[in-house]
Design a protein around this ligand. Structure first.
Ligand SMILES: [Zn+2]
Ligand SMILES: [Zn+2]
Ligand SMILES: [Zn+2]
Ligand SMILES: [Zn+2]
Length: 591
């Protein structure tokens, strides 16, 4: 490679037409794994991958093998054979295979194969089902969980997404190692926390935003190592217990809504950091929601990773580009989604885990190595289009196929979007890059109309008793009509039930019953997070106060009395009302 190509280059995205830069570090990586530079911009690449992951949209359908009724991430009209989890994992079926034909395009041949190979109804392990977990998808190693998705290693958790290593927690999003957490978002290592956002190591606390190591606090933002604070005001233990005790004695949904609005106001009057990147990571990382990582570039939700670029939802990644979901660990992987638990050199692949290495263009393979263009294989090696070769034959044929696919302009890009088993609006692409139907169709994506919902509502949410003390066990038999009545978003399930474990939890902590279905609740939580996108921004510190005058600085800043001149890339769009500070100004104020 000559030195000229190692400079950064501006290219035009073949999909959206926007310009994007390919950096020297990117070129070095492409050289290392011997792939051509991408023709799509990073965001179009991320969207194209995300299309292959459906976490939360489940359908009733029948097994293509036995006709058995099942719950599946694939709708009834899916083009693929769909097997029940047990039927799939029994593996007493033989996946189809093809002999590579140089006269036909590789993608065309792969598609022919892909359509014949059975897919597992749910993305889950047998162990979770045997341990009593139900209605879970993209989830493994869970015990007695119900309706959790993209979550692993939990016990007794309900209605959560991206929840790991948690116990007895309900309605959480992006939390890890929490116990008795309810309606918490982006919080780690918390116990008995309710309605807490972006908080860590907090105990027995309610309505927190950006707090660390707090105990018995209520309605606070930006606190460190505090106890007995109410709306950021220090009280004595007696005062706190009397005042908060009174509130919690009779907690209603109206109060919760008021407290949430008030907390939002409080949090808007405090500065926040330009990105959710912890101090150990901030000097070498760009993106958002980055914890304990080094050399992360334009990536979103990355934990314990090094040298990763354009990734999202990655844990323990090393030298990865364009990986979405999930690592733990993954090394030297590129343009892949739902790969992990020992992924090494997995390229252009979807849903390949655990223990997969040296894979290219594979879909739903496991415990395999040296596969090219394979689907649904387990414990396999040296296969092309699912056909078995010797190691020598494989090593001779793969470069020939790569050469052919390069000539046809197919090599070096992820699968075409039409190959995804999901429509745009049932995939996580819709959550992260929402489109309306007309726009999705215009961009060439598939769109799925919602399944018809004919729940016979037996009680409307507004008629459910306001206080948990007035709720008797007969509620478990009722079908509650969601207060949104299917009108706010296409996802609204229109109705929901309360399960016994959930009722027990609400009673134990004096929580009122929800009035929204699990989908509407999830959508509300999801809206708290910033999108996986970066804007150019500047520090809103005006010297003694924030630019909008709402926050009075309490410490001296490096830049003195004048306005801070720091600029950065931030996930807060420039028209947002938050007081966004640079790293230095934020850490001068919130210690
Ligand atoms: Zn693009
Ligand atoms: Zn709803
Ligand atoms: Zn600043
Ligand atoms: Zn400042």
């Amino acid at each position: 490679m000559n030195s000229q190509t190692r400079l950064s280059q501006t290219r035009q995205c073949q999909n959206c037409g926007q310009q994007f830069r390919v950096e020297p570090e990117d070129f070095a990586f492409y050289e290392k794994i011997k792939v051509p530079p991408p023709t799509f911009c990073p965001e179009c690449r991320m969207k194209r991958r995300m299309l292959w992951r459906n976490e939360r949209n489940l359908h009733k359908r029948k097994s293509s093998l036995s006709g058995k009724e099942l719950i599946s991430q694939y709708a009834d009209d899916s083009h693929f054979p769909i097997y029940d989890v047990y039927e799939f994992h029994a593996r007493d079926w033989t996946p189809a295979s093809l002999e590579y034909n140089p006269g036909r395009g590789f993608f065309e041949q792969f598609r022919e194969l892909q359509l014949k190979v059975p897919r597992c109804a749910l993305l889950t392990d047998l162990q979770s089902i045997e341990n009593g977990s139900t209605y879970q998808n993209s989830a493994s190693r869970n015990k007695r969980c119900y309706m959790v998705s993209a979550s692993g290693d939990n016990e007794d958790c309900l209605y959560s997404n991206n929840l790991d290593y948690a116990k007895t927690s309900i309605d959480c999003l992006w939390c890890r190692r929490v116990e008795y957490a309810y309606e918490c978002i982006d919080s780690l290592d918390c116990t008995r926390t309710f309605f807490c956002d972006e908080s860590r190591q907090c105990i027995d606390s309610w309505f927190l935003y950006d707090c660390r190591n707090c105990l018995n606090c209520f309605g606070c933002a930006g606190l460190r190592n505090k106890s007995y604070c109410l709306w950021n005001k220090q009280l004595t233990k007696q005062e706190y217990e009397a005042q908060v005790g009174k509130i919690l004695e009779n907690l209603t949904l109206e109060q919760i809504n008021d407290f949430q609005l008030r907390l939002k106001d409080v949090s808007l009057s405090f500065p926040r950091k330009y990105a959710h990147i912890d101090p150990q990571s901030e000097s070498t990382c760009t993106g958002d929601y980055i914890i304990n990582s080094q050399n992360v570039f334009k990536s979103f939700t990355v934990h314990e990773s090094q040298n990763v670029r354009y990734c999202s939802k990655l844990i323990a990644g090393r030298d990865c580009l364009d990986v979405t979901d999930w690592g733990d660990p993954a090394e030297l992987c590129y343009e892949s989604i739902t790969i992990g638990k020992g992924a090494y050199k997995v390229l252009f692949s979807s849903n390949c885990w655990p223990e997969c290495r040296e894979l290219q263009y594979c879909d739903s393979c496991s415990n395999s190595h040296h596969l090219f263009g394979c689907a649904g294989l387990k414990n396999a090696s040296y296969c092309i289009l699912n056909k078995q070769y010797t190691e020598k034959e494989y090593n001779e044929l793969v470069p020939v196929i790569i050469q052919d696919t390069k000539k046809r302009g197919e090599y070096g890009e992820f699968f075409p979007k039409e190959f995804s088993p999901f429509s745009y609006n049932e995939s996580v692409a819709q959550e992260n890059f929402p489109l309306i139907k007309a726009e999705a169709l215009k961009q060439g994506f598939n769109w799925r109309e919602g399944d018809e919902r004919n729940y016979r509502v037996t009680i409307e949410a507004v008629n459910v008793p306001k206080n948990i003390k007035e709720v008797d066990d007969s509620i478990l038999d009722k079908i509650i009509g969601c207060a949104h009545k299917g009108e706010r978003n296409h996802e609204c399930a229109t109705a929901f039930k309360i399960v016994a474990e959930e009722l027990k939890f609400y009673r134990r902590f004096g929580l009122p019953l929800p009035q929204l279905c699990f989908n509407c609740r999830h959508a509300a939580r999801f809206a708290h997070r910033n999108p996986p996108r970066l804007w150019k921004g500047y520090c809103k510190c005006a010297g003694q106060k924030s630019e909008n005058g709402l926050y009075q600085n309490t410490a001296e800043h490096q830049h003195g009395e004048g306005k801070c001149s720091n600029k950065f890339e931030t996930s807060y769009a420039s028209d947002r009302e938050e007081i966004v500070y640079c790293r230095q100004c934020y850490s001068a104020e919130i210690i």
